[in-house]
Design a protein around this ligand. Structure first.
Ligand code: FES
Length: 101
């Protein structure tokens, strides 16, 4: 999983797929500044990421995720809630950017 920083640089990381972690938990553990106020319940949208590459590798959006994202004024077509994306091998090569950075 890679994260694009505001300066355009890309930070590639090996994400564990056998711990049941979400992308939000992994990014938080990797010291990215994600509030995740609701703790992963799809209720706060502070874990929002914009998917730059690999969108097709992700699970489909649930109604809850869609409803929450829809409240964001600056929503992009590729925005997702990182807490709703469980790390799995199919996500290899995913590139995201923290929403709003
Ligand atoms: Fe709150 Fe993802 S942590 S919506």
């Amino acid at each position: 999983v890679s994260v694009q920083h505001p300066d355009g640089s890309i930070h590639a990381m090996e994400a564990p797929v056998d711990m049941g972690l979400s992308l939000m938990e992994f990014l938080k553990a990797s010291e990215y500044d994600i509030l995740a106020t609701c703790g992963g319940m799809a209720l706060c949208a502070t874990c929002c990421v914009d998917v730059l590459e690999g969108e097709e590798k992700l699970n489909e959006m649930s109604d809850d995720e869609y409803a929450m994202l829809d409240t964001l004024p600056d929503l992009l077509p590729n925005s997702r809630l990182a807490c709703q994306l469980k790390l799995n091998p199919a996500m290899d090569g995913l590139v995201v950017k923290l929403h709003g950075t």
